[in-house]
Design a protein around this ligand. Structure first.
Ligand SMILES: *[C@@H]1O[C@H](CO)[C@@H](O)[C@H](O)[C@H]1NC(C)=O
Ligand SMILES: *[C@@H]1O[C@H](CO)[C@@H](O)[C@H](O)[C@H]1NC(C)=O
Ligand SMILES: *[C@@H]1O[C@H](CO)[C@@H](O)[C@H](O)[C@H]1NC(C)=O
Ligand SMILES: *[C@@H]1O[C@H](CO)[C@@H](O)[C@H](O)[C@H]1NC(C)=O
Length: 412
């Protein structure tokens, strides 16, 4: 009985998580991944498809984490028109959120997307792709088909992926790094900085649609993710599986649900991310072609725990003895946001219609910055913005990215 209930909640969660992508996808063909050899990805990688085509230089880079994951980055070293300005460019590292990859930043036309705008404004741009996403699926000893490959949550993004990206950019440029994160890309940054990680290599951080506290999340997902789901799933499957939104079973299930009269999949997008004000239909089409990206089930469980427990803490094994074994404590240790160095320049931009990064949760986050140096914390509130507007909004340049640019320029 408990198993059944767990499984059912799980299916519903899968449905909700994947819905926004499927929403536009039904009737427009399938997401199914063509299995390309990752070694061949140079030719059909993100640089080739989304950067070089617009006349920019771009380099595909692979870095290896301490736990063996081989991660893909793109470097866009200069603007379309190389300025000949000999001043050393400042690096910016850009980190996407969960269930997407670095490509998401590049879907809008060049004059509207953040990486190319930064490049055109004299920054040396580095795009990160988290473990498990399309171009970051290799490992030194594991195969993505093995369950052990998926034995991680966002704790490991903090402990391994982030240091690898930062160390590499820092070592290649010899400069402190400016950071931009969206969604989960903000949570892992806040968690890292609160542990004192990366802060010696960090110049400033821009956090778009920040996710930290998640207890007010107004999506159905948030409600469903609570209590029973996490408890049951974490003991049943221990989170050791790929969470692949493109799994044919999930896809077929979704198609049948979306085909039901009265089920408006477009509205389900709003119900997950909030009512995005400003998306371009062509960009959304590209988003669908790119497809949602895999993460680990354990990561989804960890995120659900963050919703349920109202604290930002490490993964909860769901059993006191397991927690004791891993952490030497019955309750997982917290990431204390107040420990972020008070003089770190931070820019936060959040939206009034964002169902994932709820206004009340952002207020809680800002409260934990109450001892932050006043002149080091910038906050922008955009009333009609929801989660996806920050990466794909047609007016994001005017509203958000120009602010990010002037924030970074102030740090020079
Ligand atoms: C939407 O995207 C298309 C394709 O990139 C572009 O040509 C068009 O100008 C965009 N529309 C707006 C309003 O920005
Ligand atoms: C050269 O680039 C630096 C860093 O991007 C910038 O601060 C400076 O204003 C630029 N100088 C000129 C003359 O454009
Ligand atoms: C998964 O990782 C945990 C540490 O977080 C470890 O204790 C456990 O043995 C791992 N499980 C497998 C099957 O690799
Ligand atoms: C976080 O750290 C601050 C001091 O930096 C302390 O006052 C607070 O109690 C800590 N919170 C938790 C949950 O440990």
């Amino acid at each position: 009985m408990a198993h059944l209930r767990g499984l059912l909640s799980f299916c519903i969660l899968v449905l909700l998580v994947v819905q926004p992508h499927q929403a536009y996808g039904s009737g427009r063909g399938s997401f199914r991944r063509t299995r390309t050899d990752p070694m061949m990805s140079q030719a059909n990688g993100i640089c080739a498809s989304s950067v070089i085509v617009h006349g920019y230089k771009c380099q595909e880079i692979y870095v290896t984490t301490k736990d063996g994951y081989i991660l893909n980055m793109q470097r866009i070293p200069e603007g379309r028109i190389a300025s000949g300005n000999m001043t050393k460019k400042q690096p910016v590292l850009i980190q996407h959120g969960v269930l997407v990859d670095g490509m998401t930043w590049l879907l809008n036309p060049p004059e509207q997307n953040l990486p190319l705008i930064l490049a055109d404004n004299g920054f040396d741009v580095w795009i990160a792709n988290s473990r498990g996403t399309r171009f970051s699926r290799r490992h030194t000893s594991l195969d993505a088909a093995q369950s052990e490959y998926w034995n991680w949550s966002w704790d490991e993004l903090v402990a391994y992926d982030m240091p690898t990206f930062f160390d590499y950019v820092h070592s290649q440029t010899g400069q402190k790094v400016n950071y931009v994160g969206h969604s989960l890309g903000t949570l892992i940054a806040l968690a890292s900085f609160s542990e004192g990680l990366q802060v010696d290599k960090l110049k400033s951080a821009a956090l778009l649609s920040p996710i930290a506290y998640l207890s007010h999340m107004s999506t159905v997902l948030g409600v469903l993710a609570a209590k029973t789901f996490v408890g049951e799933i974490s003991t049943i499957v221990l989170g050791l599986a790929e969470f692949n939104p493109k799994d044919p079973h999930v896809e077929n299930f979704l198609k049948s649900v979306c085909a039901n009269p009265g089920v408006d999949c477009y509205d389900l997008l709003s119900s997950l991310t909030g009512k995005n004000c400003c998306l371009n239909a062509s960009t959304v089409d590209l988003f669908l072609k790119n497809g949602p990206q895999s993460t680990s089930t354990r990561n989804m469980i960890h995120l659900s725990q963050t919703v349920r427990d109202k604290v930002i803490a490490k993964f909860n094994y769901g059993r006191p003895d397991y927690n004791l074994m891993h952490y030497g404590a019955i309750i997982p240790p917290v990431y204390n946001i107040s420990n972020i160095p008070h003089d770190l320049p931070i820019f936060v931009s959040y939206g009034g219609n964002d169902a994932l990064s709820d206004v009340k949760d952002v207020q809680d986050l800002l409260d934990s910055f109450k001892f932050h140096d006043v002149d080091k914390l910038g906050v922008q509130f955009i009333k009609n913005y929801a989660h996806a507007d920050f990466i794909m909004g047609i007016n994001a340049k005017d509203i958000v990215y120009n602010q990010v640019l002037s924030f970074f320029k102030r740090q020079q």
